[in-house]
Every structure is written in C-alpha cells, then in structure tokens.
Write a protein of this length. Sequence first.
Length: 246
Amino acid sequence: MIRFLLASLFVLVAGTASADEIKVLAAVGYKPILNELGPSYEKQSGHKVKIEYDSPSAITRRLAANEKFDLLITTQDAIEKLLGERKMIDDSLTVLAKVGVGVATRLQDPWPQVGNMEVLRRTLLKAHAVAYASPSAGGGFYPQLFQRLGVLSEVQRKSVTVVGGLAAQRVASNQADVALALSSEIVSVPGVRFAGAIPAPLQSYIVYAAVMGLQAGNSDAVMGLLAWLSNVELDPLLRSKGMEMP
C-alpha cells in the first residue's frame, strides 16, 4: 500500500529536467520518516537529497549563524520563532506530522498496558531504572509527568537521564528496564518493545513542520520534496514509525 501511495505522489513532484542536490536540515526525531521518503524521492525524481540531522536547539543555533539550507524540517514551534527573519520562505511552512510520548520496555518483561494511568504509574514504580532525556537536553516534560503521577521522588532516585542519545537504547543495553521517549524514537530502536503511548490526559505532542530556505537552489525540486513529505495519504507510513497526521 505504501509503495502505491508513494508512486502516486510522483505525479506531483516529477518533471524537472536536471538533477539537483537538495540540502535538508532535519531534526533527528524525524529521521525514521526521512529514511523512507528521502531515498524514494531520489529514485523517482533523480534529485539527490543530502540530509543533515541535529537536535532542534542545535538547528536553531546553526540558523542563527546563517547556515544555508534548501529545506528545513524541525518542530513547528522552532520554525515559527524564526518567521520574519528572512531565513526562509515563510508562507511555505507546512505541517507534516505529530508524535507523542511512549514507553519502551524489555522484550522479556510482561507487556504493561501503559495507556492506563494507574498501570503506567505502577510500571514506573516497579522499574529498577527509568531512562528518559535529561531536562538539559529537551526532557523537561518528564519531571512534570512524574509529578502529575505522584512518583517524582521515586523515579528520580533511579533515573537514567540521557544526553545526546536515545533513551530507549538504555533499555536495549539493559541499563534501564523502562524508558520514556517520543514514540517515533522507540520504534526505531531494535531489541525493545514499544509498550504504547502514555494516556491522552498526560500526553505532550511535538509537531513537525517543514519550510523552504530563502536561498533554496532549485525551488521546483525543493517544493517537489515538500509535496512528497506532506501528502495526507502517508498516514499509514507515519503510524508505522510511531507518528500520526497532525
């Protein structure tokens, strides 16, 4: 089904006569999607997609240093803060997907139904070690979550805070038996179980968006890539990577 959808998108984006290289600055959290759609766009269009991944905060610093790009993919919040600064074509802003927080557990452990608030609370209390992104690395949501669940002090005593990596990898390496992270990050890590998303009342979503650079090279090629990434019929692919349509 995904192949059929991607093939149909070719009608929207093909047609440029010469091949160009498109420089994409992308948040690392969107890598699972771009791993699929970047190569498929290259194959269908003939253009080369050069993707450089970084954290949203690091991307913001790179843009402040006037780094040039053809297409930017990062959080919608980060892009909106840069509108009006003549770094991008503001009206090309396109929302791509959203992703919420999920739970990773070890494959050999029972599968907790973490969509239930009490089950999530018990899972955190029972865990020997809980991994999540450090507040200094964009993980400020997690202490707030633990506070709302009434387990802040208990979890902090056994926390494995992560800087510069994926929290779910700590479960894969047996440094933790539970990890909280974006669902898209969890499903990209082999050797762990995606137990599910946290309950909706506790959820916090990150919305990813894309925008063209003000000095983009071949604008037709870049807009073609943007159309390739934003088609509404890509929802099955997004869901397979832990994301969903906005």
